[in-house]
Ligand binder design. Sequence first.
Ligand SMILES: C[S@@+](CC[C@H](N)C(=O)[O-])C[C@H]1O[C@@H](n2cnc3c(N)ncnc32)[C@H](O)[C@@H]1O
Length: 293
Amino acid sequence: MLTLNHFVAHKPWHSLNTSTATPHQSTKPPIPPKLITTTVISSSSNNNKTSSAGNVKRLVLSKEGRTKLNPASDRDFYAYPRFVKHVDDAFISTLTDLYRERLRPGWEVLDLMSSWVSHLPDEVDYKRVVGHGLNAQELARNPRLDYFFVKDLNHDQQLQLEDSSFDAVLCTVSVQYLQHPEKVFAEVFRVLKPGGVFIVSFSNRMFYEKAIGAWREGTGYSRVQLVVQYFQCVEGFTEAEIIRKIGSKDGVKDKNKSSSPFVWVMSLVGLALSGADPFYAVIAHKNFKPIYE
Ligand SMILES: C[S@@+](CC[C@H](N)C(=O)[O-])C[C@H]1O[C@@H](n2cnc3c(N)ncnc32)[C@H](O)[C@@H]1O
């Protein structure tokens, strides 16, 4: 039976906003970001760890849950640049508002799985914005990045970045492509400063063939729970906060943080009527002090 969830989950990225839109204006001068090609800012060894903070407590995904319909190299899939927006304007504006609310000026920010847009508010100056992704041409066009690096996180999850070096890590509409999210979330934990925040946002669009099985087969509700579990499986993240917004073509109309199945079903009905991209964000912080020492 074709359910509502099946219908919304299978919408492809390229059905929307495929025009080459103008990049966000930046308050920074238009200096192209620098490509980081070596381990210049690396110190990723955890040899001196004295607590269990940052350890992966358990694996969330089964072997099947990690599989992709298209098993070919992700680097090949992203070999050519896609100068498109992957979600609608209401989603982007909600995300930018969230960043405006949660990220402070002067912060050091890592935009994981980024592209030519970062969705950061134009008017806010950050100390440093580092981008990561799979296509150097896209990242080079991103006006908010000071630096960027290219790395296939399904091939190797270790980030060549110093421990405790970022106030915020962002991952926008991309978490569904991670085949080893437990290790990636542990790496994000490592590079976050104590108290730092990790904001994972997503909608129901995806490159279906490149999304992992656990995501493809899921519902919006189960995807939120999956990301919550990615956070929970790493020792030392705070309890995850969930934000859901079901929009309309004129903008966001409804907001709730409830996990009630009834509210969820009603949200989906609203979504189907509006045709807009739903907004989900799961947010947690690196605890200031390890809970278990
Ligand atoms: C839908 S795009 C989202 C880009 C950007 N975050 C945005 O909001 O427009 C998905 C991104 O995930 C990244 N990605 C996909 N598979 C990846 C992998 N195996 N390793 C690293 N990055 C990957 C690609 O760089 C791609 O730009």
